[in-house]
Design a protein around this ligand. Sequence first.
Ligand SMILES: Cc1cc2nc3c(=O)[nH]c(=O)nc-3n(C[C@H](O)[C@H](O)[C@H](O)COP(=O)(O)OP(=O)(O)OC[C@H]3O[C@@H](n4cnc5c(N)ncnc54)[C@H](O)[C@@H]3O)c2cc1C
Length: 412
Amino acid sequence: MSAAHSEHRGKRRAIIIGGSMSGLFTAAFLRQTGWDADVYERSKIELVGRGAGITTHPELIEALQKSGVDLRDLGITVEKRITLDRSGRVIGEKVLPQILTSWDRLQRLMRATIDDAHYHLGHSFERVEQDGSQVLMHFAGGRRERADLLVGADGIRSSVRAQVAPEIQPIYSGYYIWRGAPKEADLDPSTRSSIFPYFAFYLPERQQVIGYPIAGLDNDLRPGHRRYNFIWYRVADAAELKEMCVDANGQQHEHSVPPPLIRGDLIARMRADASAIMPPQFLDCLRNMQPFFTPIYDFSTPQLVFGRVALVGDAASAARPHMGFGMAKAGADAQELAQMLGRHDDTDRGLAAYNRIRQPIAERIVRHGRKLGAQLGVNLQTAEDQAMWRLLQDYRAMMDWIAVPNFLAATP
Ligand SMILES: Cc1cc2nc3c(=O)[nH]c(=O)nc-3n(C[C@H](O)[C@H](O)[C@H](O)COP(=O)(O)OP(=O)(O)OC[C@H]3O[C@@H](n4cnc5c(N)ncnc54)[C@H](O)[C@@H]3O)c2cc1C
């Protein structure tokens, strides 16, 4: 029996690996086009409390709306951006209304779009076998599942991608961020009045400090109960990063260190460095938060489809976070995949169309992230890199470019 024939006998079935945002978007959109979709997530418990702030974009709002989620109380709207100097004085402003939300909020909204019968926690994907029109997945513990399609939505270190394209590895950018989310109530009244309501920048040489308000725990949006998302970009070469990844027990980690295990001497050094350069409002944030660090990686792949395996979200490509666009890309990847599979009865043609449309966009997003990263002055190889570096030394250019909506329309 031909593949196309067998497909037409019943609903087509997809298995999605990864129960975070891109997995949930993919399940929602595939179901809308008449597919059966099951999500398998390796975490044994519901995903909560990851990361912190998320800037939103029109593409993300559209994906959420089309997934059927209730967008009331999505986040906090800031009306403008400001840049501070070392003394904490505002030296620049730009009116730019934008909704800032949090990873937790988005995850909960999207998790509500799928019932428990189709969302399987505690399942770690191990490998896939393909025989043309079918995929057979193997999970840790011996479970096996058969489907017409496997979607890798399992993040930047995707084990699905590791199997179909092991040569593709995330590339370290040469910089990392210190992050945290102090509670509004713990901040000094002057911090609350001068930066809390805004998307705020402080831009010392080869560094970026950025902050914006987000909901408190349990999506608490009441004044006094919110948090401030704090991000500090700093340069570190691979050797320095390796040293940072030795935890408080002396154990070497590969990519980062769980927050409670970050060494005290590292945090003390970071605080001393901050005291020497930062405006009082951002120092106040640092004093009132548990800091953790995230090294910045990016990559893209020449193809998003490998037979009956498709990649979406961070598994497919991940840009440096200067545009705050990862969630929006996850939603748009999922939407396009489902749309193309809905448009083509022949699954392989649908997958080819998805690849044709989204792969070049993924490349553009990754390139744009690298351009914006030039502000940090790492590995500036071409005249264009140098020109970008010079342009971004002006805080007005940074306010014009960092995490702004609709950047793709302005990018070749
Ligand atoms: C510092 C930083 C700041 C960011 N800021 C923003 C922002 O402001 N706005 C924005 O839109 N985006 C932002 N992003 C990007 C955004 O967080 C990601 O693009 C988004 O989370 C990608 O979602 P995902 O579902 O593709 O992957 P992930 O969220 O990484 O989820 C992958 C899931 O797969 C599961 N998994 C992995 N392996 C297996 C396996 N073998 N079997 C089963 N399950 C598995 C994992 O447990 C995980 O739940 C930021 C990223 C970083 C690093």
